[in-house]
Design a protein around this ligand. Structure first.
Ligand SMILES: Cc1cc2nc3c(=O)[nH]c(=O)nc-3n(C[C@H](O)[C@H](O)[C@H](O)COP(=O)(O)OP(=O)(O)OC[C@H]3O[C@@H](n4cnc5c(N)ncnc54)[C@H](O)[C@@H]3O)c2cc1C
Length: 462
């Protein structure tokens, strides 16, 4: 393997960005945003567009795109994080249908803004292909297809084994579901381009500026963010720190930092692509419990990801994305098993990143006018699209606008916190151990979903 870590493969061609200046002392602005990933930058983008007079500062501990936004699998997908069923129970079918359509439209919003701002993120909307590779997975596929019959918003199409292989030659494919609402992209190109776009709108991004505390405002006093380089006061302070949120003492048990790891091959030859097909550039996922996601990159590689070591004791987060050899080996085996035509390809790069997992596995957008504090996140592994809607929603909430977005069911929710250690570590380790064993049983010929996976689902609290 050529590179392990160094943030991610997505920076390999263009190099890590030259750092922007850090904060140089105390300051006062209208809006402070903590974290320059998609959530923070989309919030800044829509605020600055809506009111060009606003003074907006983004405080970033490393550089814009250092987190999951510069490391992800590049699936611009239409998922409602945590699924639709819970929201149907709490808010009713009609509103969840609106939410789903809004997420579908958000994919096009990202594509349109990227085009308008001259961001070349190699976006291609080819949909997503969810493939069943054994009988137990096929059972889950059928259950999903039955559920989707009640959700025409997805426009999902059930494909036979033959139709699946006609799109992509996934070994052992027994059938698939194609959902047109998904695009593949280069995530770092998107976040880097977005940072440039918000700067052009007058937003100040301060890099290498770690926020250590966030304090609410009260009558007559502004909210403020404390950094190692000064205090920034503002009418509104928005936290957009996702998988790193546990590092802030006030939010340590809010979202569990979960690791996701990826590998990418060297560019594959024309003959290999002829065997694989994949001309529609769909994103690909299977129905395993410790699931796997893949894309065909713009430069003809396969990038594939899944859970490595899912969680570090005490909610520690990684720094540079370096990935354990056992995880690289496991992902390489999955790559070869799904795409044997790519057997000869070398693994060029491996990396990991952290995502935020709330106790109920559902994302939240919150804003409290009384304190001036807001936040968005907890997207689990589905934030590339959701961050755009979250950013637009935070902007509306800050500006006091009542819109269709502010009526969505993920706005202003209260979620219970994770258990203290060692329970947190034991639960996640146990859960993923069970998922891996369940996947192995099913790959060995078990016809139905393993009870181990059902047990893991109960532990997860989803
Ligand atoms: C390997 C991997 C694959 C993924 N694949 C997909 C996918 O294909 N599709 C999908 O939809 N989602 C995917 N995700 C999830 C998706 O990337 C995230 O949901 C999304 O990027 C979250 O954006 P964010 O801005 O909220 O967080 P981040 O991008 O993590 O940004 C948070 C930023 O805050 C900064 N920060 C943190 N703490 C502080 C502090 N105290 N002070 C100052 N700055 C701070 C960080 O340095 C970081 O830049 C994946 C995630 C990973 C890790």
């Amino acid at each position: 393997m050529t590179t392990n870590g160094n943030v991610s493969f997505w920076y390999a061609a263009d190099g890590l960005p030259t750092p922007r200046p850090a904060l140089a002392g105390d300051a006062e602005v209208d809006v402070v945003i903590v974290g320059a990933g998609y959530t923070g930058l989309w919030s800044a983008y829509y605020l600055a567009k809506a009111d060009p007079t606003l003074r907006i500062a983004v405080l970033e501990s490393r550089f814009a795109g250092f987190g999951a936004s510069g490391r992800n699998g590049g699936w611009l997908a239409n998922n409602i994080t945590g699924g639709r069923d819970g929201y149907v129970k709490s808010h009713g079918r009609a509103l969840v249908g609106d939410f789903q359509r809004m997420l579908n439209d958000t994919i096009d919003e990202v594509i349109n803004v990227a085009a308008a701002e001259g961001i070349e993120a190699h976006i291609h909307k080819g949909g997503e292909l969810l493939v069943a590779r054994n009988q137990a997975q096929l059972g889950r596929l059928e259950a999903m297809a039955a559920d989707q019959a009640a959700w025409p918003e997805d426009e999902a199409v059930r494909l036979s084994a033959e139709q699946t292989r006609a799109r992509i030659n996934v070994a052992g494919a027994l059938g698939s579901i194609h959902i047109p609402h998904c695009a593949r992209l280069d995530p770092a190109r998107l976040v880097r381009g977005l940072a440039g776009a918000v700067e052009r709108l007058g937003v100040q991004i301060y890099e290498n500026t770690l926020v250590t505390e966030i304090h609410p405002g009260a009558k007559g006093a502004s909210a403020y963010a404390v950094t190692e380089r000064g205090i920034v006061r503002a009418g509104h302070v928005l936290r957009a720190t996702e998988g790193f949120t546990a590092n802030l003492a006030s939010a340590h048990r809010d979202w569990l930092p979960m690791n996701s790891s990826m590998i990418v091959t060297t560019p594959l030859g024309e003959d290999t692509w002829e065997q694989l097909g994949w001309e529609g550039l769909e994103t690909v996922e299977d129905f395993a419990h410790a699931y796997v996601y893949a894309q065909r990159t713009h430069d003809g590689r396969i990038a594939i990801g899944g859970r490595g070591v899912p969680y570090r004791y005490g909610s520690r987060t990684d720094m540079d994305g370096s990935t354990q050899p056992a995880t690289v080996k496991a992902l390489t085996e999955i790559l070869h098993s799904m795409f044997p035509a790519a057997d000869a390809a070398r693994i060029d790069h491996a990396w990991s990143g952290v995502l935020g997992v709330p106790r109920d596995w559902r994302a939240t957008v919150n804003y409290d006018r009384a304190t001036g504090l807001g936040f968005a996140g907890g997207y689990v592994g589905t934030g590339v699209t959701a961050t755009n809607l979250a950013g637009r929603t935070l902007a509306d909430l800050v500006l006091g606008r009542v819109t269709a977005a502010t009526a969505m069911p993920w706005v202003n929710r209260t979620v219970r916190r994770w258990e203290p250690e060692p329970l947190r570590w034991l639960a996640v380790k146990g859960m993923y151990g069970l998922y891996h064993r369940a996947d192995a049983q099913e790959a060995d010929g078990r016809m139905t979903t393993s009870p181990l996976a059902r047990l893991a689902n109960r532990i997860s609290g989803r």
